[in-house]
Structures are given as C-alpha cells and as structure tokens.
Design a protein. Structure first.
Lengths: 161, 161
DNA sequence: CAGTTGTTTTGATGAAATCAAAATAACCGT
DNA sequence: ACGGTTATTTTGATTTCATCAAAACAACTG
C-alpha cells in the first residue's frame, strides 16, 4: 500500500511514475487530469475541468490550464487545435498519428499515418524552411452525423419549404 | 472608364467581377479586403483591417469580419486557423495546397501537395467517417528564424550562464 | 430613379486562454 | 518524521479574438 491510497493503486502509481519521470511533482490535480484524459482521449480544458471537479472539487480551472501546460511542455500530453474548436488534449504522444474531425459535431478520432511513419513530411518546395513535423487533419462526417444528416434530408423532402 | 474610378480600373474590375460572380454585392470594403489579401496572402482579420483603413478609413473591424465571412462562405477566400495563431485568410482557393508555418514567428508559406493532388486523402482507418478534405500543416523554422536562432545560440556560448 | 434587399456601422457581449500575486503542498535532506 | 526550498495551485483580474443584434446605409433591380 502506498501514500496514494489503496483504490486503483497500481494504475495511479504508473501515472505518478510517468509524471515524476517527466521531472514534475506528483499532485492530486495532475493525477486527476491524467485520469480524465484516459476516459476522454480528446478533451478540452473545460471538459477536463468538469471531470476533475468530480473527484477533486477544490480544483480550479486555472490549475487545469497549468497542469496541461506543464504536461505539454514536458511531452506527456499533446495539444491539438482543430479549426473551429477550442484546444483539445491527448495522452497519445510520440507516435506521429493524425486526426479525423467531424465538420458537424467536432468529434475527433485518431488515425495512423496513411503513408509510412512520416506522411507528407517533406513538402515539395520548402522555401528554405526546416520542417520538424507534419500534421494532417482529415475533415469529414462521423457515422452519427451521416445518419443525422440523412434523416434531416429525408424530413425536408416531406415538407418542401 | 467605369463607375469604380480610373485608378487601376482593370484590376479592380476583375475583383469586382469575382465578387459579383459569387453572388455578392460589390462594395468598397469588399474590394479593399480583396486588395489587402493580394498584398498579404496570409493575413489576419486585424491586419486586413489595418490595410483597409488606409484606403477606406470609415471601415469598421466588424465590417472586415463580415466581408471575410461572406467571402469564405461563397468560396472566394479560404480561412486558415493554424494552432497558436489567430485566423488567417487567403485568396488561393480550390487547389488543394498546404502550409508551412514557422514555429517561432508564425510566418506562413504555401506548399503544393507533396503526393499528387490529394495528399494523404484517405486515412488508413477512417472509423466510418466520410472524408471530404485533408489539411496538412508543416511545422518548422523559416529562414529568418533559423538565422536568428543560430545567432542567439552563438551569443549564449560567449556568456555561459 | 425609387424600392427592395443585402451590407455596414455602432455598440454590446461571449468564449477561451493568459497573467500575477498570495497561499499552499510536494519533495529533498537530515 | 520534520523543516526548508521550490514548484504548484488558488484567487482574481485581464486580454485577445470573435460573434451577435439593431439601426443606418448603399448596391442592384426594374
């Protein structure tokens, strides 16, 4: 038994280890943010805040921003900023993967690289830039929104304006 | 000579035509925004506002936002939202091209597709999504920032903390 | 040239994120 | 286990970017 308590100690300890391993102090808000990200792999600061509050009601939104900034800086978490959404955070890092984003509901889904491990990494004309990363965002409709839109279209055919 | 005046009438008329062709009324603010985008191909609303004000001082920032929204909706202009920058607008549309973004100064440069006309368009596992577009952002250092960073590094070697 | 409709101005409002100072808790060494 | 140092979190204010709504105005139609 550890000082973190006995509930789910193994999982919590491995989280604690990864935080410590990044050179950061292990705190309750940090563990809670990690757990929230395990539940929701592409969550906004606000959504993480909501999840964290359940187990740790005294946590402030600014703390969540602070935790996320520390995680991003130390490479524990990746920050996404899809056009039209607020920033999202994910724990899957270091494996060059990309994202499908639904244009209707903003749902995000991971995709592995289509072409090897570094897709499109070298632009045809880099204009003297040194390229360090290539980020691919696929825009489309998630299955739910396809269904919903099809239903909408059917309804409109019933009531033609 | 046209009702738009004689100065640069040819270019202005072709701008007017493209605006009219998109089903929009031709107005002074709209022409000014188009001209600003010709000068600065990846400009923020705020920067466009600055440029527009020079020739048309009565224009409001909200008008610029309105003009840009109309242009984006009608396909005349494309809106970019690179992570960490405010939205940028460009007139180059309809030709599936991508962007190099400098991680230090946020400069943006166009790049044609590395792999054919629709790069990475089909993700390996689309999880049921219907994909309509793929957007690629290359992150790196522009030539100026490479030089600046190299100079910084050299300076630090002179004064080792 | 007048009417209709779309556009712009004016002014208010909202969401997301950041900054700074004071209070607090984690980790180190003993 | 305990105290000191340093990082973290809280508290509260602020900034930036963008949107909304109503009234004034200007472009296009016939």
């Amino acid at each position: 038994m550890t000082h973190t308590g006995m509930l789910n100690a193994g999982a919590t300890d491995s989280l604690a280890d990864s935080i410590r391993g990044a050179g950061l102090k292990v705190t309750a808000p940090r563990l809670a943010v990690m757990r929230a990200l395990a539940e929701a792999p592409h969550a906004s600061a606000d959504r993480i805040f909501g999840a964290v509050r359940i187990e740790l009601p005294s946590t402030s939104l600014q703390a969540v921003y602070g935790v996320l900034a520390a995680f991003v800086t130390s490479g524990l978490v990746r920050k996404l900023e899809p056009a039209g959404s607020s920033a999202l955070f994910e724990r899957r890092v270091g494996d060059n993967h990309h994202h499908l984003v639904c244009t209707r509901c903003s749902a995000v889904h991971d995709v592995d690289c289509a072409i090897g491990s570094a897709p499109c990494l070298v632009p045809s004309d880099n204009a003297g830039f040194t390229v360090h990363a290539a980020e691919v965002t696929y825009w489309g409709l998630c299955p739910d929104c396809q269904t919903a839109l099809a239903a909408e279209a059917a309804a409109e055919r019933m009531l033609p304006a």
